[in-house]
Design a protein around this ligand. Structure first.
Ligand SMILES: [Zn+2]
Length: 121
């Protein structure tokens, strides 16, 4: 049985990467709402949303509890991290977070958490 390649690598292979202002469409499988997903953990068939993973890989942390990863472009298939921000469901249209100078601190704890989320067995 072939070994699973790192999640990050498998993720970017499925991204139609373009300019920073364009949408990067997910070319892998999508759910019924149009959101891309990828297998995070083979042993448990655990799926992670592609746009959520993209955000986590950029910010090196998991979203705060109760927060959603939202699109500024209203394109559920888009995984361009510059089109994604952490917000409440109701504030879907605010893109302030994207330009917040107080970006999250990248400490070892959160990085470990992301890696745990992205872990492959
Ligand atoms: Zn987009």
């Amino acid at each position: 049985m072939p070994k699973f390649r790192p999640l990050q690598q498998r993720f970017w292979e499925k991204v139609d990467k373009k300019g920073i202002n364009e949408c990067w469409n997910w070319t892998g499988s999508v759910d019924k709402h149009g959101y891309g997903h990828i297998m995070a953990r083979k042993s448990t068939n655990e799926l992670v949303k592609a746009h959520r993973l993209s955000w986590m890989l950029k910010n090196l942390r998991v979203p705060e509890k109760g927060k959603w990863i939202c699109h500024t472009c209203d394109n559920p298939r888009c995984v361009n991290p510059y089109h994604l921000y952490e917000g409440n469901r109701k504030t879907n249209n605010e893109d302030r977070v994207l330009h917040d100078p107080n970006s999250p601190r990248r400490n070892a704890k959160v990085i470990n958490e992301v890696l745990r989320c992205a872990k492959i067995e």
